[in-house]
Design a protein around this ligand. Structure first.
Ligand SMILES: Cc1cc2nc3c(=O)[nH]c(=O)nc-3n(C[C@H](O)[C@H](O)[C@H](O)COP(=O)(O)OP(=O)(O)OC[C@H]3O[C@@H](n4cnc5c(N)ncnc54)[C@H](O)[C@@H]3O)c2cc1C
Length: 399
């Protein structure tokens, strides 16, 4: 039996920042992070757009608004202090249709309520900031604080912080059953007894919670995000360009994303899938889990719950490169099917929960404390941006 003060299940950015924050608060304590993969980048934390979001999307008072706004500041500070790559490029939001005008106003109001600088621009002003956009309705929004970082570099540095502060990260170690009352976690390499357990298992957080005996109104509905890469390395974007999104859904729409190598990507899609780690083909589908996810997906599709049928039909258009370019042409000009290729390496899956009582996709982070365990459910975007603030919040909550 290994005895410690804190066991974190999941060594992605959420688990690692919590371990780091705990060690900052209690420097002499024993902290163990259990991670089933051989590194911290196998899932969401290594497969995202690396965008440090501002917080304009989320309603005032929501956990996402609060933690994104403060997390954005903390992430920018951390990356700057550590000398890591950051592009302080800002973000343009372009309405893909006239029906997005109402959402634009909501974003302006939300941004201001959340204390985020946001500008309403004419098409000409927006083109001066990014000549490649298509301001077809002569209007756009600009959020200067949004930036891009290298998520893999950031996660790697946080991992080093944890180890330097005395934390132990056990890779290739999967958490199995949990006794939350006694603080016991069984793993593939032995048993851990801990005063506190944090479940930060991302795509498996709901499963871990269930094993720990937590009853919730949430079920799991994973969504895959595919990206397309611009083949020409000399194709550059000065700013991030996003569509004004459908605010009823927790997805931001197909947007531009660039990285420290100067590569430009477009994505991600938001396709409902039946495997939690189904990045390619039939990989990552557990048949029992897959059957239950399929049954619930079919039901949601036919009932068009929360607009999921509409979303699925929209996503089907992205199967062909022409469809991707049609979608992109609403916000960016001059990108055709010959310019793009599917990126097989850059594909992620969102840890999205579905509220069975309200029959809708859960639109906020969910943190539930039960006995000795704190469960982090629905660590969807912008959990990467929010991670440092999220860690403080989670530890402030503990009873
Ligand atoms: C396509 C896409 C694009 C995104 N873009 C952005 C963005 O630009 N900006 C932003 O802020 N956010 C973005 N996000 C969201 C962000 O990536 C995630 O919210 C964040 O990475 C979640 O981190 P995590 O640590 O909870 O999850 P993960 O990185 O998935 O970590 C959870 C870890 O738990 C481990 N685990 C699971 N089960 C067990 C077990 N039984 N025992 C031990 N370990 C276990 C897993 O192996 C995994 O490594 C994006 C997400 C996706 C999918």
């Amino acid at each position: 039996m290994n005895t410690c003060d804190l066991v974190v299940i999941g060594g992605g950015i959420v688990g690692l920042t919590i371990a780091r924050e705990w060690l900052l608060r209690y420097p002499k304590s024993d902290v163990v992070v259990l991670e089933k993969e051989r590194n911290s980048l196998a899932h969401g934390s290594g497969r995202n757009s690396g965008v440090v979001h501002s917080g304009i999307y989320y309603p005032e008072g929501s956990l996402r608004a609060q933690l994104c706004v403060s997390g954005c500041q903390l992430m920018r500070k951390y990356v700057t202090e550590q000398g890591l790559w950051i592009d302080r490029c800002g973000k343009l939001l372009v309405p893909p249709s006239e029906s997005a005008f109402e959402s634009m106003q909501i974003l302006v109001d939300r941004g201001r309520a959340n204390g985020v600088e946001i500008h309403q621009l004419t098409g000409k002003e927006a083109l001066e900031l990014e000549p490649r956009i298509n301001p077809q309705f002569d209007r756009a929004l600009f959020v200067p604080i949004t930036s891009v970082v290298d998520p893999r570099e950031v996660v790697d540095r946080i991992k080093k912080d944890v180890i330097k502060a005395g934390g132990v990260i056990r890779y290739n170690t999967a958490a199995g059953s949990i006794d939350s009352q006694c603080g016991i976690v069984q793993t593939s390499v032995g048993t851990f007894e801990s005063a506190k357990i944090v479940n930060a298992a991302g795509l498996f957080a709901d499963k871990i919670a269930k094993r720990a005996g937590l009853k919730t109104r949430y079920s799991f509905q994973p969504f895959k995000g595919k990206y397309w890469k611009h083949k020409n390395i000399h194709f550059k974007m000065r700013r991030l360009v996003y569509p004004v999104p459908d605010l009823d859904l927790p997805f931001l729409g197909v947007h531009t994303a660039h990285n420290s190598n100067g590569e430009v990507y477009f994505g991600p899609s938001s396709t409902p899938v039946i495997g939690r780690e189904n990045y390619q083909g039939l990989q990552g589908i557990s048949w029992l889990d897959g059957l239950s996810l399929s049954a619930s997906l079919v039901k949601k599709f036919f009932q068009n719950t929360n607009g999921l049928r509409t979303l699925a039909i929209r996503e089907m258009k992205l199967v062909r490169l022409k469809g991707v370019c049609n979608e992109l042409s609403k916000i960016v000009s001059g990108v055709g099917p010959d310019d793009l290729e599917r990126s097989l390496a850059k594909v992620g899956i969102r840890s999205q929960m579905f509220d069975q009582n309200g029959q809708h996709l859960v639109n906020d982070f969910v943190v539930v404390q039960d006995d000795k365990t704190i469960h982090i459910l629905n660590a969807i975007s912008p959990a990467f941006t929010a991670s440092f603030a999220f860690a403080r919040y989670v530890l402030d909550q503990q009873k």
